[in-house]
Design a protein. Structure first.
Length: 246
């Protein structure tokens, strides 16, 4: 059972973007623990290196990490997955699966899809999402989704990912917090997002610029059409995901 205390880094949706992940860890400074809400890999340019970095972090400070839908897919590519990769993205996800060596797979296989426990004396639940709706939805749809969540009695906070946006709301008396995305930005700023929880209840959101050029350069390693590579270069540089060009 997780019991974290102190200055806690809350992160999600790294999506194999190593420069962004490194920038967040540096910007966060010294932390006493970490909560990772899923999607360490999936799309992205450096899946294995990101898994290793999460593993190293978990060896350095108490860390509670869970799998996201893309991580589950990378471990079980045959598993039916709503909102799965489309068009060119399918090739990219196959490439991701091939990049994960035994060490990376072993680390991921040990992660759960949900976790519960306490953090700074609050009873918390960690999940990537509650229902598998697409992450590419507008704010109103996210709000509708959150309102439909039913939280267990006594629960004080839900920490989640998937929607790639920073959220701090009260839903039926439970605080629901999403730290935003590190590696696949969708809010029109190419800055990696994270949150810091200072006891007892102060959760602050932050973002940091990262070496986008390095991420874009690594796209060259991945088998994809030049057009699709251009799309993702634009996505990374603008901090968007243009589904119309998928
Ligand atoms: Mn994601």
């Amino acid at each position: 059972m997780m019991d974290l205390r102190g200055r806690i880094l809350i992160i999600a949706d790294v999506h194999a973007n190593l420069p962004a992940f490194e920038a967040v860890l540096e910007a966060a400074g010294d932390v006493d623990g970490c909560i990772f809400c899923g999607d360490i890999v999936g799309y992205g340019t450096q899946p294995a290196a990101c898994v290793y970095l999460l593993e190293e972090l978990s060896q350095r400070v108490p860390t509670c990490a869970i799998l996201g839908n893309h991580d589950v897919y990378a471990l079980e590519p045959g598993r039916p997955w709503r909102g799965g990769p489309v068009a060119n993205g399918r090739q990219w996800e196959k490439w991701t699966v091939a990049q994960l060596d035994a060490r990376a797979r072993r680390f991921l296989c040990d992660l759960p899809e949900f976790a519960g426990g306490t953090c700074n004396d609050r009873c918390i639940h960690i999940c990537h999402y509650v229902s598998p709706i697409s992450s590419h939805v507008d704010d109103a749809t996210v709000a509708e989704e959150l309102d439909s969540w039913e939280c267990a009695e006594g629960l004080e906070m839900v920490l989640f990912g998937h929607f790639h946006r920073q959220i701090d709301r009260i839903v039926a008396g439970v605080r629901v917090v999403n730290p935003g995305a590190i590696g696949q930005l969708r809010e029109g700023r190419p800055e990696a997002e994270f949150a810091i929880w200072e006891p007892p209840d102060a959760i602050s959101f932050d973002r940091v610029s990262y070496d986008v050029d390095r991420t874009v350069a690594a796209l060259a390693e991945i088998p994809m059409t030049p057009e699709y590579r251009d799309t993702w270069e634009i996505n990374y540089r603008k901090g968007i995901v243009d589904l119309s060009r998928e």
